[in-house]
Design a protein around this ligand. Structure first.
Ligand code: ADP
Length: 308
């Protein structure tokens, strides 16, 4: 095998109470990449379509993640990477993670799978470090493992794949304003009160239990964020209105996707998820802000090969 064409899913990170530790992969939106094994050493981005992003290896997350993998193996050659972006950069649905995970997942396959999925997460995190200044794993883990994932620990890295309830659908709306991950990190507090901590880890535990037992009510009750959402939501136009109309339309819960500005809601069944999409669109239509909307099942496989 010399080359692979792959689908790299968008991902929702944080998931209300799970800042930097929870994430989920989506099915309906993602990038495409073609990765080729070549004789020349190193990594070259040979094509980049759909978004205006740097093609230099060291400035593109796919290049940086790929080099992190190459540094750990004794392969003499290199790789060429084509990226066809469908996810807008800075949207908050894991645009950078899709590229960095796609690169390392395909390279690992083409090399005969010398690395575990957790090792691939580590390489892809170097791409996240380039994109946002922080090597977080909450987008790259679900892209690589599929479904919901929990980063139980960063040191050492311990990723726990979590059950994905079969009727759970996500609705994501991306208002067309850019919020850089690095900027939305700067406004966060570095200390939290014990009172807020207790509420937050109660909800993380509740959410994980709800996902395993497929208890949709419990999932909904647990989708609460006492720490990050009150601060970050200020950067997102009409966040409170989008959230309240989504809940009225039947969503189980609603919050900021990644570092925003995308907003996600979870629903039981596609019918409700579509109603939630309409409710979200109405808010932005009324105030004249352009948007993209995605309604998606949970993607339990993560990155997958596309037969061409
Ligand atoms: P998202 O939350 O959608 O991943 P980020 O703000 O975390 O958005 O990442 C986007 C940043 O990463 C942008 O500054 C962009 O220039 C940079 N970047 C570098 N390479 C890529 C790539 N291949 N895909 C997406 N973003 C990239």
């Amino acid at each position: 095998m010399k080359s692979l064409k792959i689908f790299c899913p968008a991902t929702i990170a944080n998931i209300s109470c799970g800042f930097d530790v929870l994430g989920v992969a989506l099915d309906a939106v993602g990038d495409e990449m073609i990765i080729r094994k070549v004789k020349e050493k190193g990594i070259r981005i040979t094509k980049l379509e759909g978004q205006d992003l740097p093609m230099e290896t060291l400035k593109n997350v796919a290049g940086v993640a790929g080099l992190a993998l190459l540094a750990e193996c004794d392969y003499e050659g290199g790789f060429e990477i084509e990226i066809h972006k469908k996810i807008k950069a800075g949207s908050g649905i894991g645009s950078s993670a899709a590229s960095s995970t796609g690169a390392v997942w395909a390279m690992n396959k083409l090399l005969g799978e010398p690395f575990s999925t957790t090792e691939l997460v580590k390489f892809a995190m170097e791409g996240e470090r380039l994109a946002s200044g922080v090597a977080h794993a909450d987008n790259v883990a679900p892209a690589l493992f599929g479904g919901f994932t929990l980063v139980r620990s960063y040191e050492p890295l311990d990723i726990i794949p979590i059950n994905s309830p079969s009727k759970l659908y996500a609705t994501v709306i991306h208002p067309q304003i850019e919020v850089k991950t690095s900027d939305s990190r700067k406004i966060l507090k570095t200390k939290i009160s014990l009172k807020d901590g207790i509420k937050q880890w109660g909800n993380v535990g509740g959410l994980i239990a709800g996902l395993y037992t497929e208890d949709y009510e419990l999932i909904g009750r647990s989708l609460v964020d006492h720490i990050v959402e009150p601060i970050r939501s200020i950067l997102i136009p009409a966040f409170d209105e989008v959230k309240s109309t989504s809940l009225k339309a039947g969503a189980l819960g609603c919050g900021i996707s990644g570092s925003g500005p995308s907003i996600f809601a979870f629903s039981k069944g596609e019918g409700i998820a579509l109603k939630v999409a309409q409710a979200m669109k109405d808010v932005y239509q009324n105030i004249g802000i352009d948007y993209d909307v995605h309604v998606s099942k949970v993607n339990i496989d993560g990155i997958r090969e596309i037969k061409s």
